[in-house]
Design a protein around this ligand. Structure first.
Ligand code: DX5
Ligand code: ZN
Length: 266
């Protein structure tokens, strides 16, 4: 294992230790669940998606995001079948692994993703999510990911009910709630997803699961506060970071500042 992979593994270990204990340090951003006398400390993480980056300058773009305070690099893998778009596969992920020490979070928008888990694990990902709509054997798939020492996530589209997560939440390190229909960057956040995030947060707290909520699609400075207040912790932002007129550095500072303000107000 090279030094970058070691640093990354150590960082992710902290998250693994958090399972069954939602009170590990970090930002204390509260959700509406608190109103029911439950204290929930959430750790905000910003995960820029390289989908909106300039692929010809990918290493520079990632380096800039890392320097500006990104916590995770989000990698959108698309197969042209599960979603109407293609992106990249394990070779590009392996190349990204060489240029950053940040955790890599691969979001597989592919049919039958279990075919490719080991390829992405070998490429050096730290987090791997599959879609509930694309994988009939979620229990086996998530266990396989976790046994490899990688954090396992399950993603759901906007039209998929939370009931699709019911049996799998206890073993999911994170649940990825899509707030746009997956396939493209730069789409508008679907406002009705805020209630879905809140309901998921309530379920996780009431059942005392360690599952974290990741939100992906259309998140920007205008809606970040609401998304965090609903109970999300890991925030994916593609066009709001790599397509911002403020530049990558300015955009990340603005988003982090909003998250900090949200914490202090509550
Ligand atoms: C959409 C992808 C997202 C996308 C987000 O299918 O899963 O990760 O890159 O991009 P924005 O933040 O621009 O909606
Ligand atoms: Zn994504």
């Amino acid at each position: 294992m090279d030094i970058r992979a070691k640093q990354s593994a150590a960082r992710e270990k902290g998250l693994n230790d958090r399972r069954g204990n939602r009170k590990t340090g970090g930002f204390a951003i509260t959700s509406p669940v608190i109103q029911q006398n439950k204290t929930l400390e959430l750790k905000f993480e910003l995960a820029p998606s390289i989908l909106s980056a300039d692929f010809a300058r990918l290493a520079d773009e990632i380096g800039e995001a890392e320097k500006a305070g990104a916590d995770v690099v989000h990698l959108d893998v698309m197969d042209g079948r599960f979603v109407p778009n293609f992106t990249f596969g394990p070779p590009v992920v392996a190349a990204v692994r060489k240029v950053t020490s940040l955790p890599l979070d691969a979001h597989l928008m592919v049919e039958a993703p279990s075919r490719f888990l080991d390829d992405f694990i070998r490429a050096g990902v730290n987090r791997l999510s599959v879609h509930a709509e694309a994988e009939p054997h979620l229990d086996r798939t998530l266990n396989h990911i976790r046994e490899a020492g990688v954090l396992a996530g399950v993603a759901i589209n906007p039209g998929t009910p939370l009931s699709a997560l019911e049996e799998i939440l206890p073993i999911a390190d994170f649940a990825l709630v899509m707030t746009v229909n997956p396939g493209f960057g730069g789409q508008s956040f679907i406002p009705s997803m805020l209630k879905k995030i809140s309901r998921l947060s309530e379920i996780i707290v009431s059942k005392k699961y360690g599952t974290r909520i990741e939100v992906d699609g259309g998140v920007c400075a205008d809606n970040l506060r609401d998304v965090l207040a609903a109970g999300a912790e890991i925030i994916v932002a593609g066009s709001a970071v790599f397509g911002s007129v403020k530049g990558v550095d300015g955009a990340i500072h603005e988003l982090r500042n909003i998250a900090g303000v949200t914490k202090r107000k509550r």
